[in-house]
Design a protein around this ligand. Structure first.
Ligand SMILES: [Zn+2]
Length: 65
């Protein structure tokens, strides 16, 4: 009954703190986002899903396990 459970892979996920190259805002984002992640301040794209690891557009300042 919980079909959706099978669709969620469980990789060793990580969180990144990424600095927006446009406005300098730092934001926490997931390494495997399902949706495009945009900057909370200026709306610049920070990461795009690629089916696996995200394509990070900004500068990664910290990696959190
Ligand atoms: Zn920004």
């Amino acid at each position: 009954m919980t079909e959706w459970n099978k669709l969620i892979p469980k990789p060793r996920s990580r969180f990144f703190r990424v600095k927006c190259q446009k406005c300098g805002n730092e934001q926490l984002l997931y390494s495997n986002p399902v949706n495009k992640v945009t900057c909370n301040v200026c709306g610049e794209t920070l990461a795009e899903p690629t089916g696996g690891k995200a394509k990070i557009k900004g500068e990664i300042t910290t990696i959190l396990e």
